[in-house]
Design a protein around this ligand. Structure first.
Ligand code: SAH
Length: 566
């Protein structure tokens, strides 16, 4: 929850905008600001104070405890010009919150944490628990001193600017060890603990079993990603309680699924009770991996029979492939999610001209694999191969990466040994439509006129179908130097079903510095004025030019504003 505190009416107005935008995330604290800040500090994970920084410093100073548990505090000034991340930049998420608040209120986010300022990710913001001397290693990274990355597991990480050797070390491991001085240990979620328990097994017994199994195997409990068991035990209090104590999710599988898993130590007891010869080992092994601790039973001080079993598996590390649409060109049409994926990538794969579009956003040290036009298949293969090595990879495309772009060739190469995430982007048809007016107000299609990947007969059949169905059409790849007859041919097919006066919008370089657009008609469009940087949108029989804007009505009974008001 984010606590909101204000003192003046201008502050209250900004506060209300935030509260209205994030009704689920925020709570307004009224009353004297001192009391409000103290209450919010105790009750919320984050605070936004619409007060001077000086006032907030005085109010929160006596409340500050530990940077890992204190709430993050953001201050917004009276004029909503700045959103200052005051305390809890990383641990309390105040840096990120300052950016979000800034975006919402049109205020400049002020972030002074060193790692953020120079584009390095904070070691405590990588999404993994961290142990060791975070401050010393961060300083070394900032000062450009050599920092070695010793990754025992191929877990995907953002670019970190590390060297082969160094006095400072970032270690990525699930082994139990005490960090040396000048060392941080990153704890990836690499372990799955399978658990079985008989009815009524106490939480302490399950927990003690898991902890001793990890300890004896020399594994860190910080790396436990989840507990796993059979469906029938999804509400067994001992197992549910242990998951809560360890602060990890509990996942469950059907007895059918578990029966199919090959395990070293099957037995008859669970087969009779829940219908699978193994619960702990099978549940830990369902999604693959290496069995580090075979089935082991709890020990009871009172000598009664054990009520719990567990087994520990190290999951195979999975690389991550983010397929990211960059939008049509303008930076403010690049989504925040796309930006976050670019900053989380250690390897970036893309066409050179698109890489140029976002190069400044990349973390220092990001490996850039760029190639020229035409190397699509190769780019797709490269991106997938890098992800298979365990890297965090971003594969970029302009507009939406799934529209006549890299997503399908990449996913055709990929198998389930990598994680794939897609980030949608504003595709050219939409960027152009917004410039033209509202041409896509009713049903519409996109058709690429490039016959490099598609035989012309197929393209022509689709154009004809759109023409007959009276659907608005946006042509991508409309015309290039070597391909000049396709656009006139496609327009001629549409003209068999639409009047010469049908509006046609031509948009070149939408949202780029040399953007241009014009509205013409099917009868008078000169195809020679169209090139590969352009999309051409042809209206349907109801589309009109209204005050220079291209508008397709939602229904087919067209009314002017005057008729409507009669
Ligand atoms: N993935 C891209 C499309 C790639 S196909 C997207 O979703 O937008 C390339 C074609 O897209 C170009 O030939 C052109 O027709 C169109 N295009 C891409 N960006 C454009 C822009 N900013 N303005 C106009 N057309 C654009």
């Amino acid at each position: 929850m984010i606590g909101l505190i204000s003192a003046t009416s201008a502050g209250a107005a900004a506060r209300d905008r935030l509260a209205a935008a994030w009704p689920e995330r925020t709570r307004v604290y009224e009353g004297p600001v001192g009391d409000a800040v103290r209450a919010a500090f105790a009750e919320c994970e984050q605070l936004v104070c619409f007060l001077a920084t000086g006032a907030v410093v005085r109010l929160v100073a006596p409340l500050l405890g530990d940077k890992t548990s204190d709430p993050g505090v953001v201050c917004v000034d009276e004029g909503s010009r700045f959103a200052v991340s005051l305390v809890g930049g990383h641990g309390g998420g105040a840096n990120e919150l300052a950016r979000e608040v800034g975006e919402l209120l049109g205020a400049e986010p002020v972030v002074t944490t060193a790692t953020d300022a120079v584009g390095l990710p904070g070691l405590d913001t990588l999404g993994f628990p961290v142990e060791g001397d975070v401050a010393a290693v961060s300083r070394a990274l900032l000062d450009g001193e050599p920092v070695a990355l010793e990754a025992e597991l191929a877990w995907p990480l953002p670019a970190l600017k590390v060297s082969a050797e160094g006095d400072h070390v970032i270690r990525l491991t699930d082994r139990l060890l005490q960090p040396a001085s000048q060392e941080v240990v990153l704890r990836p979620p690499s372990l799955v603990v399978g658990v079985g328990a008989s009815k009524g097994a106490p939480v302490e017994e399950v927990l003690e079993l898991i902890e001793s199994a990890l300890r004896d195997a020399g594994l860190s409990r910080l790396c436990v990603a989840e507990l796993a068991t059979v469906d029938a035990k999804s509400e067994e209090p001992g197992i549910v309680g242990a998951a809560r104590e360890l602060n990890v999710p509990l996942v469950t599988y059907s007895a059918e699924e578990l029966k199919a898993v090959e395990v070293p130590n099957p037995s008859d007891a669970p087969l009779a009770a829940v219908g699978t010869p193994s619960v702990a080992e099978a549940a830990a092994l369902v999604t693959g991996g290496e069995l580090l601790v075979p089935k082991r039973k709890s020990e009871r001080a009172d000598g009664l029979p054990a009520m719990a079993t567990c087994a520990v598996v190290r999951r195979p590390a999975r690389g991550r492939l983010a397929v990211v649409g960059l939008g049509p060109g303008a930076r403010d049409l690049l989504t925040p999610r796309a930006k976050a994926e670019l900053r989380g990538a250690a390897v970036l794969v893309g066409l050179d001209q698109y890489v140029d579009q976002i190069r400044d956003l990349l973390r220092p040290g990001t490996v850039i694999l760029e190639s020229g036009l035409g190397a699509e298949e190769e780019r797709a293969r490269t991106a997938v191969a890098e992800a298979r090595k365990g890297q965090a990879v971003a594969l970029i495309g302009s507009g939406d990466a799934g529209v006549y772009a890299m997503a399908s060739p990449a996913l055709a190469e990929a198998s389930d040994d990598i994680e794939v995430v897609g980030v949608p982007g504003v595709t050219a048809a939409l960027a152009a439509a917004a410039i033209l007016g509202a041409p896509l107000g009713h049903d519409h299609v996109s058709i690429s006129l490039s016959d490099l990947h598609t035989p012309w007969e197929v393209i022509e059949r689709r154009v004809r179908a759109a023409a007959e169905a009276d659907i608005v059409v946006t042509f991508y790849n409309p015309r290039s130097r070597g391909r000049d007859w396709q656009l006139p041919k496609a327009l001629a097919i549409l003209a068999e079903h639409r009047e010469p006066t049908t509006p046609v919008g031509v948009v070149r370089n939408a949202s780029r510095p040399d953007e241009s657009s014009r509205l013409t008609t099917l009868g008078s469009l000169d195809p020679a004025t169209v090139d590969m940087m352009t999309v051409v949108t042809v209206g349907n029989t109801a589309t009109r030019d209204i005050a220079g804007r291209m508008v397709t009505p939602r229904g087919y009974r067209w009314q002017t504003a005057e008729e409507g008001s009669k």
